[in-house]
Design a protein around this ligand. Sequence first.
Ligand code: NAD
Length: 369
Amino acid sequence: MLIKDISFNKVKNMTHNIAILPGDGIGPEIIAEAVKVIEFLRQHAGFDATMTTAPVGGAGYDAAGKPLPDDTLSLVKACDAILLGAVGGPQYEALPREMRPERGLLGLRSELALFSNLRPAILYPQLADASSLKPEIVAGLDIMIVRELTGGIYFGQPREITEKDGERYAYNTAGYKESEIERIGRSAFDIAMKRDKRVCSVDKANVLEVSELWREVMENVAKDYPEVELSHMYVDNAAMQLVKWPKQFDVMVTSNLFGDVLSDCAAMLTGSIGMLPSASLDANGKGMYEPIHGSAPDIAGMGVANPLATILSVAMMLRYSLNEEALAQRIEAAVGKVLDQGLRTADIMSDGCTEVNTMAMGDAVVAAL
Ligand code: NAD
């Protein structure tokens, strides 16, 4: 009986349970292509996984009257990783705030305590012309911004608009507990261990006490990762360096506010929103993976959306939550191969290439696998 139990657990632990949340707009179209990739790995690469689909966002509201339906919440709590398309659309904009699609996304983040936001800025050399920077500055760019997602000035109390000295006065509170800094630090160092083993911590320690503590805790965390090189940079300089010579960075770790600004800046270095994946992780490495773009209602239903950001989100999921590094690299290589073949969706189309639709792009990645 005992042996049977153990073997059952072993098999159970090997099966990865993935929740698939297509969402709204182009969400279902791009998710369908990512599912094809997972299905291929299941059938041909020994990837042991189950996939369960559930509605969220506007689709959640349509199906169950709220953006994060109870069944969807139960599913994401029980699964090992979540793949999300995108949420939102003009038809939901008149709904009360708590019923809007974005609430579904915020609900997922808070219910699952996803405090570590990973935003890679990767520019495939084949797409270097898409950037507003010179190709030699950005071609082959591969940096990872690790942003603290559940603390800092966006959540700090007290906060208010009040009166002071006879005029209106507003303030917010930027605060971090040591434990909050430590866990985002560990998240960044763990990621650096899977990359080039360099962490640049971004702060404003010359002015802010909260940054002083941030820097001190990062130094302490670094002691547990002797192989990783830690450097510090003030946020104003980091913004300049990102535009001047972004390839100097490997992993950047920073607070919620600084990360919000720097990750968008880094994403735009690549010039191609349809190519960038992201992840939000909890303390155990469970994560939600999604393209950085939204539901693109302007092109929804036309079959022209670029599915590569979502397919690359699957690669991140394999790397950071499911411990399947070889398969992650295989997907990334397949995407590179498809770009080498000159295949492009409309958003990344350039002279001399072949324009393909969403499905054809997904099929090409599967063929390249
Ligand atoms: P968006 O990212 O949806 O679209 C911006 C532009 O990029 C559009 O022109 C769109 O056609 C294009 N685009 C985006 N993804 C593309 C892809 N994969 N392939 C080709 N082109 C692509 O941003 P928006 O227009 O500001 O927002 C639209 C909706 O998405 C809103 O309801 C917004 O709230 C929501 N949104 C959701 C998320 C999310 O789910 N995480 C993020 C951002 C915005």
